[in-house]
Design a protein around this ligand. Structure first.
Ligand SMILES: [Zn+2]
Length: 160
């Protein structure tokens, strides 16, 4: 697939997650934390505070390809991240999504936070997540919001 990096350069890559992790491409992504086998990141394309994406370091698609060490680590990582989303960012509700389909080849989990401003307009249902992501990408990419999101990443890092 073709992807444009933060410098406007086009790359032809096999896997976005692998290319980000091995430094082949640079995208507007903030690293929140990492373990031996996983990373947690905030994608600034979707400037929503506390929207955490966990990705495996290994190029696997599914949780059923993971070994026991990875499974234990993933559960603990998921737990710790959810915990700091609550303690540092006061996020009461989260929708957890892990998609497997033909356009996804690298394991990742979305921890999608429900903020009070969202719940004024939406109901907190899984089918609304993509709509809100599109809304955030279209309407919220202001300098001010990006600063708020970067600050929230620092809060999460501090709390972990
Ligand atoms: Zn990959």
């Amino acid at each position: 697939m073709e992807i444009v990096d933060i410098k406007g350069k086009t790359h032809n890559i096999d896997c976005i997650a692998c290319s980000i992790q091995n430094g082949t491409i640079q995208l507007p992504i903030e690293r929140i934390a990492e373990t031996d086998n996983f990373v947690a990141e905030q994608d600034l394309e979707y400037p929503i505070e506390g929207f955490v994406i966990i990705a495996s370091k290994r190029h696997v698609l599914s949780i059923d390809e993971m070994n026991d060490t990875e499974l234990t680590e993933l559960t603990k990582f998921l737990h710790d991240l959810r915990k700091v989303m609550r303690s540092a960012l006061k996020i009461s509700y989260v929708t957890v999504i892990q998609e497997e389909n033909t356009s996804t080849s690298h394991f990742h989990i979305w921890l999608f936070p429900w903020h009070p401003w969202m719940l004024k307009r939406w109901k907190g249902k899984v089918q609304e997540v993509k709509e809100i992501m599109d809304y955030a990408r279209r309407e919220m990419k202001t300098q001010n919001q990006l600063d708020i999101v970067r600050k929230s990443v620092d809060e999460l890092k501090k709390a972990l």
